[in-house]
Write a protein that binds this ligand. Structure first.
Ligand code: CA
Length: 731
């Protein structure tokens, strides 16, 4: 870490200024596959050979006994334990170099793609941007049907992180998808027609859904997002047959003058102070779940506080349960069973929503049923999944906010000053992008290793003394003007160098990294491991790569022509094994501007890629694009106005158009290149929403004309900066 004692500045997606900061610091263990579930209800296990007459005829027995039909991938993490390990080995470390493109499909959207596909009895189900769903013949790539939920494009204004979706669920002939505008939709798997369509959120609220549902015992479980926009998190269960709400569990307490929805929230309310319910509180369950059928426990990962800044959210102190916690629930009723809070009094967007894996591993010489997670805060946690008992936690990436987790209390021992409550900003590793984000990891019982798509990130946090809740904006409680990227190119480059990505092959028994694969970028794809001693991962540079799972040696790679974030799956049909992944750059990687740019200097695609041995398909020639020629009006000679515009820009606009007005994806307009005509129409575009069908909704309810002009003045300045060669970059 060459940055210790340097003037660092961070930025990530967020602005930051020059703060002088001193950084505090700057195996293999074979194990039986987790079989705990497989003795449940085995009597009715489906026969392996007879293909069901109905498509997506998935039920409890089939998912619980997923290893009996390894050719299928029937649930988000393949099995309820979410290990993302496939028993298939037709493709293996001795022949992986013979992999080739079997088929591809270019979806006519060009936004981020994050979905894990499902493959059930010869049909591949994929969700894409705008919560659309596609069904393909898994062998030929023929499009069987598609479904468009018609999400209003201006919903983008209430999303933190792009129009993405992480996958569908299947059950009893239906395919389930959560939509960006908060609906849960059941499709008939045979033709994609709508079986039912229910809203899971209050009308007009700033909730969204990007996560994949899970189906447990006939109930479709789905959470939501929105903790940057002032919501109160919850998770719901709907009857798969009818769409009727079965139960709902709120992750944070509501107004204590009203009856609590359940007794555990009365306990949780004792860990909050002030009037948090007026700000939402946060704690959305936007991604990870796992299920242990033997213990009959559903595990959910709970997100960050809303606003992020705990001094504002809960000014009198308190741990703020169940923010940043893993919570175990009864899947039939939503009844609370246990919780473990990873980051008490969360104040840095440290979610516990990252991928959770269930496995049976040795801890202290004894086999334990554990749950494993590498959340944003940088520690790899192992808990007893029956009781929630803390077993251990170690750093899997650079962590400066806490020295360690106290083994007695299970609580982090924080570094001085990290709470930015003394008026001083703090620079923390990891930052809000996390040491690991939503990209799924994988556990191989074969190697005993957990493969984490890890990253090194930092962020500057500073208290916003002027905080007021503002709809349509990021309500973080952070003063981003104290966290702006420096203008000096060398200083910027020094900060950008701190953002790196790698695959960590983590030995959970020893609780240390066995080895790592450095990657050229941060924000890389999810991971699949297989019995064929292989790892598959796509990355931010657009390469899809197969590695040896025991050593990390690269065996094969493919140029996808677009950045990959999603996790691959593998499946088998008629004796042929396939590997599938969706490609398409986006998500949080888009909003991080210059950082993301390292990974995305190509035309973005929404693309399904399927590989097999000795296949020889080819992609079309990559398209080139031009952002055009910057044509800004003259600079606005009003430094205070420009500065005000910069602050406003980084509370809202940056989430699509990139920090510092640098877009990192071809489909996101880089406003520095706006045409003269767009500049003329700037107020109609931003305030009146004349481009709302393209996602640029009307801001007039939330932004005054004066403020829009300030933002415009700042954008004009950045366009001139580009033309003048300041911070020169190539596009
Ligand atoms: Ca968040």
């Amino acid at each position: 870490m060459k940055t210790s004692h340097a003037n660092i500045l961070m930025c990530v997606g967020i602005p930051l200024s020059c703060l002088a900061l001193v950084l505090a610091a700057c195996g293999r263990q074979p194990e039986e596959p987790a079989t705990g579930q497989s003795d449940v209800e085995t009597a009715t296990a489906v026969a392996q050979t007879a293909a069901p007459a109905e498509p997506a005829a998935v039920n409890a027995q089939r998912i619980i006994n997923a290893d009996r039909e390894p050719g299928n991938w029937m649930s988000h993490g393949r099995s309820y334990d979410e290990q993302r390990f496939s028993p298939l080995a037709v493709i293996n470390d001795s022949n992986a170099e013979r992999l080739g493109l079997s088929w591809y499909f270019d979806i006519p959207t060009d936004r981020g793609m994050q979905a894990t596909p499902l493959m059930i009895d010869g049909v591949l189900y994929v969700s894409g941007s705008w919560s659309m769903v596609y069904a393909f013949n898994a062998v030929t790539g023929e499009l069987l049907w598609q479904y468009d939920p018609q999400v209003p494009r201006e919903k983008l204004l209430e999303l933190c992180c792009d129009a993405i979706n992480r996958g569908v669920a299947a059950w009893d002939g239906k395919i389930f998808v959560g939509t960006l505008d908060g609906r849960l939709v059941a499709l008939n798997a045979a033709d994609g027609s709508v079986a039912w369509d229910v809203s899971t959120i209050p009308e007009g609220s700033a909730y969204s859904i990007t996560g994949a549902p899970r189906v447990i015992k006939g109930k479709v479980i789905i959470g939501n997002g929105g903790s940057e926009f002032g919501v109160r998190g919850y998770i719901s269960a709907y009857e798969a047959t009818t769409g009727k709400l079965a139960w709902r569990f709120y992750t944070v307490p509501g107004d204590p003058s009203q009856p609590f929805e359940n007794p555990i929230l009365e306990m949780a309310a004792k860990t909050w102070t002030g009037e948090w319910w007026k700000l939402g509180g946060g704690g959305t369950v936007w991604d990870s779940m796992a299920y242990d059928a033997e213990l009959d426990l559903l595990y959910i990962g709970v997100g960050n506080g809303s606003p992020w800044n705990a001094q504002i959210r809960s000014p009198g102190g308190g741990d703020n349960l169940f923010l940043s916690s893993i919570v175990a629930l009864r899947p039939d009723t939503g009844e609370y069973v246990w919780h473990y809070q990873e980051t008490p009094r969360e104040s840095w967007d440290f979610t516990a929503t990252q991928h959770m894996i269930l496995a049976n591993i040795e801890v202290g010489g004894k086999e334990r049923k554990v749950i494993m997670q590498a959340p944003k805060n940088g520690f790899f946690y192992i808990l007893d999944r029956a009781t929630g008992e803390f077993l251990s936690a170690e750093k899997y990436t650079l962590v400066t906010w806490a020295s360690h987790i106290d083994p007695e209390t299970g609580r982090p021992v924080e570094a001085p000053g990290v709470r930015y409550d003394g008026g001083q900003p703090t620079v923390n590793f990891p930052g809000f992008m996390g040491g690991h984000n939503w990209q799924p990891m994988s556990y191989s019982p074969r190697t005993g290793l957990v493969y984490i798509p890890a990253q090194q990130t930092l962020a500057v946090y500073a208290h916003d003394a002027e905080f007021n809740y503002r709809p349509g904006f990021y309500n973080t409680g952070i003063d981003w003007t104290k966290a702006m990227m420096p203008e000096d190119p060398a200083e910027r480059a020094g900060i950008l160098d701190q953002f790196t990505g790698f695959i960590s092959a983590w030995d959970p028994v020893a609780q240390r990294e066995a080895w790592r694969i450095p990657l050229g970028t941060m924000w890389n794809g999810g991971i699949l491991s297989t019995e064929g001693n292989l790892l598959f991962q796509g990355n931010g540079t657009g390469r899809f790569v197969a590695y040896r799972a025991d050593s990390g040696e690269a065996l094969w790679g493919f140029d996808a022509q677009t950045g990959i974030m999603a996790a691959p799956i593998t499946y088998e049909v008629n004796g042929t094994q396939y590997v599938a992944v969706v490609a398409g750059w986006g998500g949080l990687g888009v909003l991080i501007g210059e950082i993301g740019k390292k990974a995305s200097a190509m035309v973005n695609r929404s693309r399904v890629l399927v590989f097999a041995l000795d296949a020889d398909g080819a992609l079309p020639e990559p398209k080139t694009y031009s952002r055009g020629t910057p044509n800004p009006p003259p600079l606005v000679d009003d430094p205070a106005l420009v500065q005000h515009g910069k602050e406003l820009y980084h509370q809202s606009c940056f989430a699509c158009h990139g920090a510092d007005v640098i877009s990192s994806s071809s489909q996101m307009p880089d406003l520095r290149y706006m045409s003269a005509q767009k500049h003329e129409l700037f107020l109609q575009i931003t305030l009146d929403g004349i481009l709302h069908t393209r996602g640029m909704g009307a801001y007039k309810e939330w932004v005054s004309e004066e403020d829009a002009k300030a933002i415009h003045a700042y954008v004009i300045q950045e366009s001139h900066r580009l033309m003048g060669g300041m911070n020169a970059e190539s596009d």
